[in-house]
Design a protein around this ligand. Structure first.
Ligand code: MN
Length: 241
């Protein structure tokens, strides 16, 4: 079986600093290394610090990465993107022009005789409840309609630059406590019959087994450069050096 790779929380920035450029260089090397016909990549959310598609306009900041995805697709890879809390609104561009299949909730699939549940995982932790309410407001069709049609794209992107700071979000998280809550969520999914549960959002890589079931948190590409790999028999959590 061709391998399946999972990454999350890359947080490609709207502000191109030195750290951002190093991250991209690493990410591009990693993407090259896994490109193989028939292999798959699942991006489990927060690929971008902010993503929004208008009818005729897309953000310009990440064409290097999007171009790489397009090349991977042409090389015969399967690409999936489960959107996270920073990937506000995906339209048809990513699917039709880049070739990435988008999932807005969770990707559920079967591979090598195992059933997979893969999601970003925002809003799972108890302390993330305030965010859950915010999500209902910003993700509803009315808000998206207003943002899309009544705010010029350049203003919208400027607004995003002011508001989407990854570091602030990170400081608020008690990663150890959240990891435990996420594992409990995974146990619920095991009980539903899933063999492998993969999440992100916590920014702390983690792998834990329970009676043949596996939970993985993919970590992030801000400080860990971690990813998960399924070889048809086992799931591994690795770090890209
Ligand atoms: Mn997140």
């Amino acid at each position: 079986m061709k391998h399946i790779y999972f990454i999350s929380d890359i947080h490609l920035s709207l502000v191109p600093g030195e750290a951002e450029m190093q991250k991209r260089e690493k990410l591009l090397c990693f993407l090259d290394s896994i490109t193989q016909p028939g292999a798959s990549l699942y991006i489990l959310g927060d690929l971008f610090d902010f993503w929004f598609e208008w009818h005729h306009v897309i953000p310009k900041y990440w064409w290097d990465i999007l171009f790489k995805f397009r090349q991977m697709k042409e090389a015969g890879m399967e690409l999936h993107f489960v959107t996270g809390n920073h990937d506000f609104y995906t339209g048809r561009f990513l699917e039709e022009s880049v070739g990435i299949t988008c999932w807005t909730d969770a990707a559920v699939f079967e591979a090598g005789g195992k059933t997979f549940f893969a999601a970003h995982g925002d809003g799972l932790a108890r302390k993330d409840r305030g965010y859950r309410f915010l999500k209902r407001v910003i993700r509803n069709k009315g808000s998206i309609f207003l943002f899309k049609n009544f705010i010029p794209a350049d203003w919208g992107m400027q607004l995003a630059k002011w508001t989407s700071h990854t570091s602030r979000e990170l400081k608020q998280i008690d990663q150890a406590a959240w990891s435990e809550e996420y594992f409990r969520f995974a146990e619920g999914k095991f009980a539903e019959g899933f063999d492998v549960v993969l999440l992100g959002h916590v920014h702390l890589p983690m792998i834990r087994e329970k009676k043949g079931h596996v939970y993985v948190n993919c970590g992030d590409w801000l400080s860990h450069c971690s990813y998960a790999e399924y070889d048809g028999a086992h799931v591994h959590l690795r770090v890209w050096e």
